[in-house]
Design a binder for this molecule. Structure first.
Ligand code: C2O
Ligand code: CU
Length: 486
């Protein structure tokens, strides 16, 4: 039996569906390989958290027994999970205890429509936090959903070392699920010497990015979670990898997408979903009967990769058919498409980027041996962001009038995919010239090679907002800019 998703992946797969459904993992159960939920200091409707960026060498299940110098925001496995109820205010104090002299840090709350001053972009909206310094963020997220946070300084390395966390704003469920799991997908780049390998490479930056060597979910390889049987389990799936594009699906169970990038959508059956860096997908799965397994799988490779296994145990929780209730709908303002101003943004490679990509494609050619005078490989509307540390920003890519509706035509003229992210706003995805997309909103839209995706939004949030590719090596080598809303 060949499923549609096997056809979608574009390669004739030789493994059988049965093999996919029951991957031979032979691993111990990881009861909880996700970090602790940040314990809120309840203070009325304020949730206070302390996030200390620091090096905390440790052994993760996916490190094969090695201790690696990860950088994290809290003790324990990376990705502290902050949970708020809608309406609560987050007060997060960031302390920079990173060991490297001069290493700066900020926190960007990815996807949250917050006031510009809390957006965590160095120089553009706040001074970066120097070693030994601290900074307090305070905002009340206007929307429910699955989000994450990360630094906006030296991002390739910071992501590579694990400096990120998860932010969940609760209050969107109209009917409770039986169980919930947060599944954060991220590769780790471990070299032959057992230490981290360079996170940034010129050949990666000029092409699809430098991939990790070990795939993980919640820092474990194909972790196995025990879930209730015949139950509706909510998965909050995040792609927190700096590079990897996956094509995710659930093998062995019915599943429905209920939110994309945190924004609820009408539930639709999950076949597979092209899952770019920085995007999130909320999925409800009807788990198999006692003893059965369902597998979160990446089909974007010749052999499907089992990312995480849900193992059913105990009495059946539900008997009726699978029909997950929609989440509470979002309050993202509806753009006025008929009167919107259209703007084209063309994502291209620079001449240097194109020649490095070409050289990198020659077998045996060592791009590292080139004396590259610049790492400017990508551009938006022919402009490259050259200030990796954001110190010299130059003029905005576009000036938008506050309260007006815009249609952005995101046109990718390159041979690579680019997950395009806007800060402080949420797009309504109107459509693609290449594929059918369900109606949905997003803060990060994957635009494939030579694809054009149109998105619309109301520019209702004043300030300077970054607009960039979320393949972080592309971002750091030029595919970044900002928009000014006044
Ligand atoms: Cu996750 Cu500038 O973004
Ligand atoms: Cu890109």
């Amino acid at each position: 039996m060949f499923s549609r998703r096997q056809l979608i992946s574009g390669v004739a797969l030789t493994c059988t569906a049965a093999a996919i459904q029951r991957p031979t993992l032979g691993r111990a159960d990881y009861r909880s390989t996700l970090g602790p939920t940040v314990t809120p200091v309840a203070n009325g409707r304020t949730v206070e958290v302390a996030l200390e960026a620091a090096e905390r060498p440790q052994v993760f299940p996916c490190f094969g027994g090695r201790k690696l110098p990860v950088w994290t925001f809290q003790e324990g496995v990376p990705a502290p999970v902050i949970r708020l109820r809608l309406g609560e205010t987050l007060v997060a104090t960031l302390r920079n205890s990173l060991p490297r002299p001069g290493e700066l840090v900020t926190i960007h709350w990815h996807g949250i429509r917050l006031p510009n001053a809390q957006d965590g972009v160095p120089y553009l909206v706040q001074p970066p936090v120097e070693p030994g310094g601290s900074y307090t963020y305070r905002f009340t997220p206007p929307d429910t959903g699955t989000y994450f946070f990360h630094t906006h300084c030296n991002s390739v390395e910071h992501f590579g070392r694990g400096l990120y966390g998860i932010l969940i704003v609760e209050g969107d469920e109209t009917a409770p699920c039986d169980h919930e799991l947060v599944l954060a997908m991220k590769d780790w780049r471990i070299g032959d010497d057992g230490n981290f390998a360079p996170f940034y490479t010129s050949e990666g930056a000029a092409k699809s990015g430098t991939h990790g060597t070990v795939r993980s979910v919640n820092s474990a390889i194909s972790p196995r979670y025990t879930v209730p049987s015949s139950a509706d389990v909510r998965l909050r799936i995040l792609n927190v990898d700096p590079t990897r594009i996956a094509q995710i699906g659930i093998e062995g169970a019915e599943a429905a997408v209920v939110a994309i990038d945190g924004v609820p959508c009408p539930p639709f059956a999950l076949d597979t979903w092209r899952f770019g860096p920085a995007t999130r997908l909320d999925v409800i799965v009807r788990t198999p009967a006692d003893g059965g397994v369902a597998t979160l799988t990446d089909y974007f490779s010749a052999q499907p990769v089992p990312l995480a296994v849900l193992a059913s145990a105990g009495d059946a929780r539900r008997t009726g058919g699978f029909d997950p209730a929609p989440l509470r709908s979002s309050i993202v303002p509806e753009p006025d498409i008929a009167n919107a101003t259209h703007m084209n943004f063309t994502f291209s490679s620079t001449a240097t980027g194109a020649s490095v990509a070409e050289l990198a494609s020659i077998d045996g050619f060592d791009v590292g041996s080139l004396c590259l005078s610049s790492q400017t490989f990508w551009a938006i509307n022919k402009r490259s962001w050259v200030s990796k540390d954001h110190r010299n920003t130059g003029p905005p890519l576009a000036k938008l009038d506050r309260g007006k509706s815009y249609v952005f035509e995101l046109e990718n003229v390159t041979a690579q995919s680019h997950p395009i992210h806007i800060h402080g706003h949420t797009f309504k995805v109107l459509g693609s010239n290449k594929r059918k997309l369900p109606p949905h909103h997003a803060d990060t839209v994957l635009v494939g090679p030579r694809e054009r995706v149109d998105v619309a939004f109301v520019a209702d949030n004043p300030g300077n907002w970054m607009f960039h590719c979320h393949i972080l090596e592309h971002q750091e080598s030029g595919m970044m800019g900002y928009l000014t809303v006044t």
